[in-house]
Design a protein around this ligand. Sequence first.
Ligand code: G3D
Ligand code: MG
Length: 168
Amino acid sequence: MTRTLQKKICLLGDFAVGKTSLVQRFVHHRFDEKYLSTVGVNISRKEILLDEQTQLHLLIWDLAGGEEFVGPQANYIKGASGALLVCDLTRAITLSALKLYAADFHAASPAASFVILANKSDLTAQRVLTENQLTELADELSAPLMMTSAKNDDNVERAFAMLADTIA
Ligand code: G3D
Ligand code: MG
């Protein structure tokens, strides 16, 4: 006997940290070098086999840039079971912004889980965020942390799978 769960997750993070690229990589197995600014909300669907009995249908909500995030009453964070909090290793400000996203999200969905993604790990020469800064936020939010590269397909599948495991 199999059971099917359906869960909504959101991607949160500042403009251009790589949210859409991560979803593209995870859902479609590709990375689009061409820049496509997200307008509004994109909803993608992905089926994950959690174990032999359980199939998870993930509804992945990819939000527009940080400046369009309108707080806990926003429909797109309502009903979400979890969120990927994405920062860009080459821009320090994108890490501090995650506290605000986490607070708004938590206010709307107190039981929801987070996984923090430090994206663009391929850009080693431009990296500014330190291990300490990252683990400090991870400790504060009690959330796991993963270094990802949507470009090189590094840890992307594992990051989504980690969130899927915690919400299922
Ligand atoms: P957003 O959805 O968070 O706004 P996007 O971010 O997915 O649109 O990505 C913003 C820019 O970062 C894009 O580049 C994209 O190609 C790039 N990017 C995303 N993920 C990675 C990554 O892991 N490594 C590298 N090197 N670049 C990445 P442009 O140049 O088009 O702005
Ligand atoms: Mg986007």
